[in-house]
Design a protein around this ligand. Structure first.
Ligand code: 3PG
Length: 209
């Protein structure tokens, strides 16, 4: 089933932002997140294993919507989609990256941190944006202030959002999901703490917009 930005926004609450260096961790990690009730996850392209991790996660949990994040180049976008990425996420938007994301065939969430960047991304054709780095770029108050002049722009804030802060973001009218590493931090993944990750995922899945 093809994923659209609307179906992504509907399915996602907290999107785990995953950095996985060992492909062997991919399947148990995806299963733990799925068992906790999460349906949308993001693998970051921050390790050499990222493409293999994405493929292994999709094979282990076929119903899981798996995106590739930290996309910085058109080549990364194309290779991610070829590997089966259901959506793409970038930390920011560049003139070279924008058309590659728009033409990738899957929803893409470009990162923005200001009103001007959000306007430019919306004008370019993106209808769901990553607000990054959320806490450092102005956090809740900044997003609240954007809703008045830009009521049609939807955000998925990401960046130092903790479990405690996530519900406050999800309660904002212009926020449809939040990203964060707290559900499956690197240390828990490397320790193989799948039960702990499943418990975090269940907490995350219980947070609704
Ligand atoms: C990101 O790198 O996309 C975000 O910052 C997620 O990681 P964090 O929740 O650790 O900030």
């Amino acid at each position: 089933m093809a994923i659209t930005s609307d179906s992504l926004a509907d399915a996602a609450t907290v999107i785990p932002v995953l950095t996985v260096g060992d492909t062997g961790h991919a399947a148990p990690l995806a299963r733990a997140l799925g068992a906790g009730g999460l349906r949308v996850i993001e693998v970051t392209w921050r390790t050499a294993a990222a493409l293999d991790v994405l493929k292994a996660m999709k094979a282990a949990e076929p119903e899981m919507v798996v995106g590739m994040g930290t996309i910085r180049t058109p080549e990364q976008a194309a290779r991610s989609v070829e590997a089966g990425a259901d959506f793409l996420v970038s930390p920011g938007l560049t003139p070279r990256l924008a058309p590659a994301l728009l033409e990738s065939g899957v929803p893409a969430l470009p990162g923005v941190a200001t009103a001007g960047e959000a306007m430019a991304a919306a004008e370019a054709g993106f209808d769901l944006l990553k607000f990054f780095p959320a806490e450092q770029a102005g956090g809740l108050d900044y997003l609240k202030s954007l809703h008045g002049p830009l009521p049609d722009i939807r955000f998925c804030p990401t960046g130092s959002i903790t479990r405690e802060r996530a519900p406050d973001y999800l309660a904002l009218p212009n926020v449809v999901c939040v990203g964060g590493s707290w559900t499956a931090p690197k240390a828990m993944v490397e320790a193989g703490d799948w039960a702990g990750i499943e418990a975090n995922a269940a907490l995350a899945a219980g947070m609704r917009t």
